[in-house]
Design a protein around this ligand. Sequence first.
Ligand SMILES: [Cu+2]
Length: 102
Amino acid sequence: MRKLVLAAAVIIAWSAGSQLAFSHDGYDHPVVAGKVTKVDVSAGKVTIAHDAIPNLQMEAMTMVFKAGDPSMLNELKPGDAIKFMADRVNGELTVTEIDMAR
Ligand SMILES: [Cu+2]
């Protein structure tokens, strides 16, 4: 829960500074369930078979995301069940948070 509150605070701060950075309506990133299908640490990218992502108006699909921070990929491997948040950052679909699902 604390992470969600922090994320909201960061988004509000960013939105105040740059209207261009955010194309979605809300200040919240919904947590989305997914399964890692590929990890490319050198490219800083991860492929996720994900459920619907409401803040990106995206249905369930498998696709590549950029990692908001490359270090978040270090402990991920194909087959991992995850909970994550995603947003469009500088025009790229980016995972902003990842946690293992339990
Ligand atoms: Cu997608």
